[in-house]
Ligand binder design. Structure first.
Ligand code: SN0
Length: 315
């Protein structure tokens, strides 16, 4: 593996999951693999799980870790080419990425969708430039369109909890006070479908995901419709892809609640976190024994460690 930017970088998803589960059992089996290697974690947006789990994964492999929060601490970055930089952005991404790359052996970056310009976001304008100018292997810690470390974690967690060989998985849209990116939902659809799972996506009309990510999923438009016999209910809010970055619904009947969970096959509840309690999911569901949210979050370490070890092997 040379980069971990999206699902296509994982040439064998099942093997990567197995490797993560092996590391979960024996976290220090490869504790010297990253000796004297440095990873730089670059954040353009907030983080809790991604930051700490990736740091911990790197430490378990013997790596040195450097971290920088660009949104609060770095120079504001110019990302347009050929501009006269006499405005409020002191540094160009060209130099910033190259400088970070010169200090590191692997660079991980988080850069959320701006949700203003669909083409910029779906062409991954910032991530692509970072890859181009950084010159080192890149890990995507959530970009404009995908969040592959989260999706790998989700598949690990599904594997640990599934009873049927091919469980029924529901990805349901849920209400939210803000407009959020489609990245987590896109990526969850892409990875579960690539792994061969049966996926239903439930969302209000106008919230359909791009077919580039969700082709092969069944789509339903009533909140209850996808719950029937589901083994896993994965909740997430996202803003509209079609009417790009817009909020089209505040319909509270889409919140995950105990009533709708009763329609399922005693389904497990999943969410990437952070989650708005009693907006996205009712307390009684996230606090129930069927909630996997903490297990998911803790599995972020093993997903990151599996990916890092594959990148380190190729350095
Ligand atoms: C991000 C998102 O992509 O939806 C990160 C999820 C891992 N979530 C948020 O920004 C939530 C912010 C909020 O105000 O609830």
């Amino acid at each position: 593996m040379n980069n971990f930017v999206d699902v296509n970088d994982a040439d064998n998803i099942e093997a990567l999951i197995e490797h993560a589960l092996l590391l979960k059992k024996s976290p220090y089996d490869f504790e010297n693999l990253g000796k004297r290697k440095t990873i730089g974690l670059i954040f353009m947006n907030p983080s809790l799980r991604t930051r700490l789990s990736t740091q911990k994964a790197a430490i378990n492999l013997g790596m040195n870790v450097m971290m920088m929060n660009f949104s609060g601490e770095g120079w504001a970055l110019e990302t347009e080419q050929g501009v006269i930089m006499n405005g409020d952005k002191p540094e160009h991404i060209k130099e910033a990425a190259a400088v970070v790359g010169s200090y590191c052996d692997i660079v991980a970056i988080r850069t959320f969708a701006g949700l203003k310009d669909k083409d910029d976001d779906y062409n991954e304008l910032i991530l692509r430039q970072f890859i181009r100018y950084c010159g080192k292997p890149i890990i995507n810690m959530e970009s404009a369109t995908v969040h592959p470390l989260q999706s790998l974690t989700d598949l690990i967690t599904i594997k640990e909890n599934k009873e049927a060989k091919n469980p029924k998985i529901l990805l349901t849209w849920a209400p939210h006070p803000k407009v959020l990116p489609q990245a987590v939902a896109n990526s969850f659809a892409q990875w579960t479908l690539a792994a061969g799972y049966d996926l239903t996506i439930a969302c209000p009309k106008g919230y359909e995901l791009s077919t580039d990510f969700a082709k092969g999923a069944k789509v339903v438009h009533k909140p209850e419709e996808g719950y029937m016999d589901a083994d896993f209910v994965y909740a997430k809010n996202w803003s509209s892809f079609v009417h790009y970055g817009k909020k089209l619904s505040e319909d509270k009947s889409w919140m995950v609640d105990a009533e709708k969970m009763k329609l399922t096959n005693n389904a497990k509840f999943m969410h990437c976190l952070p989650v708005r309690r009693n907006v996205v999911v009712e307390d009684s569901v996230i606090d129930s024994v069927n909630s996997l949210v903490i297990q998911q979050a803790s599995n972020r370490v093993w997903a990151a460690q599996a990916v890092l070890s594959k990148l380190l092997e190729n350095l």
